[in-house]
Design a protein around this ligand. Structure first.
Ligand code: SAH
Length: 366
């Protein structure tokens, strides 16, 4: 990096990140600067409804005021560096560059009931799940609320279509970036912004118990998905290092608490790997955990990642696993594989970009 770029970046970091301010905070910010709070409302609309990419597009603000804003505030605007579109189902994977040169990936999926975007919550991840490509290089940094929002905004601008569902299931552990996640959710669902319904938002966690409990107390109407992947502590520890910290019994208590506080049922994510967690006994164990909570289960045949030696469960065995769930009155959906012909499970597009490799293995959407 050149000296000049370094200096510009440092200056940018010291500025207030205007797109990460809630409407209330922005009104107050304007008051402090001697402006009318109404100015804050105008700017909020430019940023979070009209989705403009820079201050200069805010045409009802004076040129002088816009110049002052450029001086005072950092304006987050992701730059698309790559897009891959599936010829099978129209799913698109986007790679976005952040202002510090880091890159994150997001996925756009078209369903009958509306468009869904899967966003990243961190650059990299420190959770170390054994089958996940996002964690291979560890955690680089948290994403700001504005960087999470702008994945949705940039995709809305690029596709010209409204996003109705948002899932926080891309790279990163959202509950490891708790405060920023909460601001992101607040702005995304705000009636003065894009106003995405809380019920159309899913946050997926590998199971950080204290944060799950804290989130429950926010009493949001979002869906919380728990990446379970194993039904005994011993097996879970082999797949997910976080299982060394929290036992399944503690996780189930936190899930029950979430339901109690919010009235929202938990979803279990269960990635199936051949010979690891896909036996009939595993399925019955899953029934025992899901039943008292009346959870929905998402079954995901594991996506092969070159650096990890997990092999996906065969299709017929996935079906058999699902049948055991259904026979025991547990709803189990086999995750539809979107964008089968485009590159990479979670985190693979970013890795491929960073290493400049032609192929990193695996060719399925996460
Ligand atoms: N950190 C969060 C969200 C990101 S991962 C979490 O753990 O839930 C989103 C989901 O994809 C998780 O259930 C994760 O375990 C799963 N996943 C990651 N890599 C995968 C792979 N290669 N194959 C199948 N599922 C994978």
């Amino acid at each position: 990096m050149t000296e000049e770029r370094n200096r510009t970046e440092c200056r940018e970091r010291e500025k207030t990140d205007i797109k990460s301010l809630t409407l209330q905070e922005l009104r107050e910010e304007m008051l402090v600067k001697g402006e009318k709070p109404f100015r804050g409302e105008q700017m909020y609309e430019w940023m979070h409804v009209k989705l403009v990419r820079q201050f200069d597009e805010m045409t009802n603000l004076s040129k002088t005021f816009r110049e002052e804003c450029k001086d005072r505030y950092h304006y987050t605007s992701l730059r698309m560096v790559r897009v891959q579109e599936s010829q099978l189902d129209g799913t698109r994977k986007y790679l976005f560059e952040l202002s510090d040169g880091n890159v994150v990936e997001s996925v756009w999926m078209k369903y009958k009931h509306g468009n869904s975007v899967c966003i990243s919550s961190q650059v990299g991840c420190r959770m170390g799940c054994r089958f996940c490509a996002s964690t291979l290089d560890g955690l680089e940094r948290n994403l700001t609320p504005a960087e999470m929002l702008d994945q949705v905004y940039a995709i809305t601008r690029l596709t010209g279509e409204r996003v109705s569902n948002v899932v926080v299931m891309g790279t990163g552990e959202p509950l490891d970036n708790y405060d920023n996640l909460l601001v992101f959710l607040k702005i995304l669902t705000d009636e003065h912004g894009l106003h995405i319904s809380q019920r159309n938002i899913t946050v997926s966690t590998c199971g950080l118990v204290p944060q799950m409990r804290k989130l429950a107390e926010e009493k949001l109407q979002i869906t919380l998905a728990l990446s379970l992947h194993a039904v005994t502590d011993e097996k879970r520890r082999r797949i997910m290092p976080i299982a060394n910290r929290y036992k399944i019994a503690e996780l189930m208590d936190a899930c029950a608490y979430y339901f109690e506080q919010t009235g929202r049922r938990i979803t279990f994510e269960y990635s199936l790997a051949a010979g690891v967690n896909d036996t009939g006994e595993d399925a019955l164990g899953l029934v025992r955990l899901a039943k008292p909570l009346r959870c929905h289960v998402n079954l995901i045949p594991v996506n092969p990642v070159k650096e990890c030696d997990f092999v996906r469960t065969r299709q017929d065995q996935v079906r058999a696993f699902q049948n055991i769930l259904e026979k025991n009155e547990i709803n189990g959906t086999i995750r539809r594989e979107m964008g089968r012909d485009i590159d990479g499970a979670c985190g693979q597009l970013r890795r491929r970009h960073l290493s400049g490799l032609q192929d990193i293995g695996g060719n399925e959407a996460c």
